[in-house]
Design a binder for this molecule. Structure first.
Ligand SMILES: Cc1ncc(COP(=O)(O)O)c(C=O)c1O
Length: 432
């Protein structure tokens, strides 16, 4: 590829539909030594095919195929199938909780849990989360009241939660962002004192612990996601876990249209069932779960070593005393110290075909319909605003190799070493 073609490719990357890109990523030995080597300025992209954040981990293909074969043989594809029920048992066992209700995805799991808990009026949630947390409330015409985060753990700040409680508040949804737990003890105290329901969006936190106890049995219920991008996937899928048998029973009914018997519904419901092939994928991946976690942990440590001491770049820390799934490699870019902005670094990496992501930018409160519905929200979310402007997530997981990480970190370090020059070239060649 000549430089002009390459640059055109680099600039066009932002317009591509990332979902339609090839998924196989190969490493090419194109190490960068000068800024003219950077693809954004005309060099050859470091990677031949895109390196995604959240590329699926896939367990033993033969075991998965055998399970799918069995499903087809028995012609039992969904509705109370044995794989879904086995998946429920395994999840409950790992999370240390009495009941697990698997769902077609975590968004429907959140919606059902919210309805089964009887939430209404206002519910306090972080804005720094995936949009599904807020949508699950607004979808049911419940007002998500956006609360600021603690910049140290990126989760709900309990002191701010207390300030937002009104007579209309019925619940709190904490999100264990990146798999790192909220201040669960404090949130439980507040919920008990103020007689509020407490739900956790634990989409990121399967396999993680809080003070030595597995995430899954805190609050009234917790919701896991097994979406393809999660370290443990069932292609699409989710689960609500709880120690409350009545709540679990209500959610089981809601998951299946409210049917109590053939030809009889006693209450409203939706279709939230997990199909058998997804459950088979989940079970197969569970067998490789410890491998996935150790790969993620190794990658996280490599990133930590290779980016250590770089001014303006801090890697999000996982507490080694707890169980973590290490599924997100998150850096915060401090533009003043790094010399380049988070967005410039992201553009540079995208041009190299490293599709680093600005999760969860710009915060739910700045996305529709919330921006219009609750226009004053941003006035009280200073930490959400500043953290979401700094965060960049980098690729990890089974599909990523140590060589790829070295190559990628090499690019970041070279950019930081030449930040003044890089900034100048951005101004000259890529005026905003
Ligand atoms: C914090 C959070 N909550 C909820 C969801 C929704 O999960 P699902 O895609 O399984 O519906 C996600 C998905 O990425 C998430 O990150």
């Amino acid at each position: 590829m000549d430089h002009r073609t390459d640059r055109a490719f680099a600039l066009k990357l932002g317009e591509l539909d990332l979902n339609r890109m090839p998924t196989v990523t190969q490493h090419r030995d194109s190490l960068k030594t000068t800024i003219e080597d950077l693809a954004i300025f005309g060099g050859t992209p470091a990677f031949e095919t895109p390196l995604h954040v959240g590329q699926p981990n896939i367990g033993d293909r033969n075991k998965f195929a055998a399970r799918v074969n069995d499903i087809l043989e028995r012609r039992w594809l969904t509705n109370g199938g044995s794989y879904a029920s086995e998946f429920e048992d395994r999840i409950a066992e790992i999370a240390g909780v009495a009941h697990c209700v698997v769902m077609c995805n975590a968004t429907v799991g959140l919606e059902i849990a919210i309805r089964a808990l009887g939430l209404k009026g206002e519910v306090i949630v972080p804005s720094f989360t995936f949009i599904a947390t807020a949508h699950a409330l607004q979808w049911q015409e419940i007002t998500p009241v956006f609360c600021d985060i603690d910049p140290k753990n990126h989760c709900l700040d309990p002191a701010k939660v207390e300030e937002l409680i009104t007579p209309s508040t019925t619940g709190i949804i904490g999100v264990h962002l990146w798999g790192r737990p909220c201040d669960i003890d404090r949130l439980m105290e507040i919920a008990t004192q103020r007689r509020l329901k407490l739900l956790f969006d634990s989409a990121h936190a399967f396999g993680c612990s809080y003070k030595g106890r597995m995430i899954g049995s805190f609050g009234n219920a917790e919701v896991f996601s097994f979406h393809a991008t999660k370290f443990l996937n069932s292609m699409e899928g989710g689960a609500v876990v709880t120690n409350d048998a009545n709540l679990a029973q209500r959610m089981r009914l809601m998951r299946n249209f409210g049917f109590t018997q053939y030809d009889q519904t006693d209450s409203i419901g939706v279709n939230g069932k997990l199909n058998e092939v997804s459950a088979a994928m989940g079970l197969t991946n569970l067998e490789s779960m410890t491998d996935f976690i150790s790969i993620n942990r190794r990658h996280y440590k490599q990133y930590r070593n290779e980016l250590a001491g770089r001014p303006g770049i801090s890697l999000l820390h996982y507490d080694e005393r707890e169980r973590s799934n290490y599924q997100y490699v998150v850096v915060e870019v401090d533009e003043e110290k790094a010399g380049v902005s988070r967005d410039q670094l992201m553009q540079i990496l995208h041009a190299e075909r490293v599709l680093a992501r600005r999760y969860f930018y710009p915060g739910c409160h700045r996305m529709e319909p919330y921006r219009t519905l609750y226009a004053d929200s941003s006035l009280s979310l200073p930490h959400t605003e500043s953290v979401s402007a700094r965060v960049l997530t980098l690729p990890t997981g089974e599909a990523v190799t140590p060589e790829m990480i070295s190559n990628l970190c090499g690019i970041i370090c070279m950019v930081l070493d030449n930040a003044t020059e890089v900034r100048k070239l951005f101004k000259e060649r890529l005026p905003a």
